[in-house]
Write a protein that binds this ligand. Structure first.
Ligand code: CP
Length: 357
C-alpha cells in the first residue's frame, strides 16, 4: 500500500481498493486458508466512543486471522482518565501492538494519531468527520450486491451534516465516474460545504432535496442514516430533527425493484422494521461484508511496513483551526497544519474544517 495509515478511504488508490474487495471476497469464500494469516500479530482497538459493529468486527477480524487483540472500549478505564494525552497513548500502544484501530469523538483524531504512531493507524470514526472502514463495508456491499461502483444514483438520507459515514462514502464514490448523489435532508442537517466541494471537483454530480418519497423513483441505492443525537448541542434541537425521515413499506412502493437499501447502523427509528423483510434491504449482510473487509484491510496493511519510532517533526502554522470539534482544541500541543484552499481560506489537515484568514 502507498500509505501506511488509513485515515480516509481515499488514502487507497482504486487498484488498492479493488484488491482489498477481492481479498475480502476470497477470505469469505475460503476462511480456512486465512486462519493463521496474522499469527503472532496484535491489533489494538482504542475506542473513546461507543461502538458495536466497528469494534467487534475489527476484533473478530483479527481473531479469525489468528492474531490477538488488546485495547479499551471505555477510556475511563485507561490512563486517559488520569489526563494522558493522545500522543503518549499512541506512542506507548504503538510499542505493544502491530496495528491500531482508533475511534474518538473529536474530528481529526486519526490524522493526529498517525503523526505519532510507529505502527499503522486505522480511523474507526473521528467525530462527525470520517469513517473509512464503514465506507469499505459499503463499497463491498455495492460491489457484491449491485455489481458496479460507477454510474449509480445514490440517495443519502438523514443526518448528512454529522454523519461521518455519509462524508466518507461521498468522498470515495466521487472518485468513480458517473455517480450522482441525491442528498435528502432538512436544511439544518445538509452535507458540509467541504464535501460538496469534493463532489464539485469530481466527475460526479449532486442535488439537494427535502422529500424522501419524491427522490425515491430515481435511486439505485438508498443510504439511510440515523439522526446523530450525540452531536447536537441541545435535546430540543435533536427532537426538531428526529423522525422527519422514516423509510417504510409505503414509501418503498415508489422505489425500483433493483434498488438496494443500505444503513451503517445502528438504526433508531428511521427504517421501519417491516422493511427488514424486503429483499432490497441489505443492511444486515452489509455488516458481514464489513468484517471480511476489515480482515482484508488488516492483512494488507500489515504487509510491508517497519516500525519507525521517530516522531515526525512538524512546523506549526500561526493560525488555529476554527472548528470547535477539531482534535487540536483538546490536544493543544498538536501543530496547526493547513492546506491553502484559495482566497482567504485554509483547510485544517486534521478535520478538514475551514478557517478564514
Ligand atoms: N456503523 C458503525 O460505525 O456502527 P458502530 O457505531 O456500532 O460501530
Amino acid at each position: 500500500m502507498k500509505n501506511k495509515h488509513v485515515v480516509d478511504l481515499t488514502d487507497l488508490s482504486h487498484r488498492e481498493l479493488m484488491d482489498i474487495i477481492s481479498l475480502a471476497n476470497e477470505i469469505k469464500s475460503k476462511p480456512g486458508d486465512y486462519l493463521d494469516a496474522c499469527k503472532g500479530k496484535i491489533l489494538a482497538t482504542l475506542f473513546y466512543e461507543p461502538s458495536t459493529r466497528t469494534q467487534m468486527s475489527f476484533q473478530t477480524a483479527m481473531l479469525r486471522l489468528g492474531g490477538r487483540i488488546i485495547g479499551f472500549d471505555n477510556p475511563q478505564n485507561s490512563s486517559v482518565a488520569k489526563g494522558e494525552n493522545l500522543k503518549d497513548t499512541i506512542s506507548v500502544i504503538g510499542g505493544y501492538a502491530d496495528i491500531i484501530a482508533i475511534r474518538h469523538p473529536s474530528e481529526g483524531t486519526a490524522a493526529a494519531a498517525a503523526m505519532y504512531s510507529p505502527v499503522p493507524i486505522i480511523n474507526a470514526g473521528d467525530g462527525g468527520h470520517l469513517h473509512p472502514t464503514q465506507t469499505l463495508t459499503d463499497v463491498i456491499t455495492l460491489h457484491n450486491e449491485l455489481g458496479r461502483l460507477d454510474n449509480l444514483c445514490i440517495g443519502l438520507c438523514g443526518d448528512l451534516k454529522n454523519g461521518r459515514t455519509v462524508h466518507s462514502l461521498i468522498k470515495t464514490m466521487s472518485t468513480f465516474r458517473g455517480n450522482k448523489f441525491v442528498l435528502i435532508s432538512t436544511p439544518e442537517l445538509s452535507v458540509p460545504q467541504y464535501i460538496k466541494d469534493v463532489i464539485n471537483a469530481s466527475e460526479c454530480d449532486y442535488t439537494e432535496v427535502t422529500s424522501l418519497a419524491e427522490a425515491m423513483p430515481q435511486l439505485d441505492v438508498l443510504y439511510m442514516t440515523r439522526i446523530q443525537r450525540e452531536r447536537f448541542l441541545s435535546e430540543e434541537e435533536y427532537q426538531r430533527q428526529n423522525g422527519v425521515f422514516v423509510l417504510d413499506k409505503d414509501k418503498l412502493r415508489y422505489a425500483k425493484k433493483t434498488m438496494k437499501i443500505l444503513h451503517p447502523l445502528p438504526r433508531v427509528d428511521e427504517i421501519d422494521v417491516e422493511v427488514d423483510y424486503d429483499e432490497r434491504a441489505k443492511y444486515y449482510i452489509q455488516t458481514v461484508y464489513g468484517m471480511y473487509g476489515r480482515m482484508a484491510l488488516i492483512l494488507t496493511m500489515l504487509k510491508n511496513y517497519e516500525k519507525v519510532f521517530a516522531p515526525r517533526v512538524m512546523s506549526t502554522h500561526p493560525f488555529k483551526c476554527s472548528n470547535p470539534r477539531c482534535i487540536t482544541k483538546s490536544e493543544k500541543y498538536l501543530p496547526s497544519i493547513f492546506t491553502e484552499a484559495g482566497g482567504d481560506m485554509l483547510l485544517c489537515r486534521y478535520c478538514d474544517g475551514r478557517t478564514l484568514i
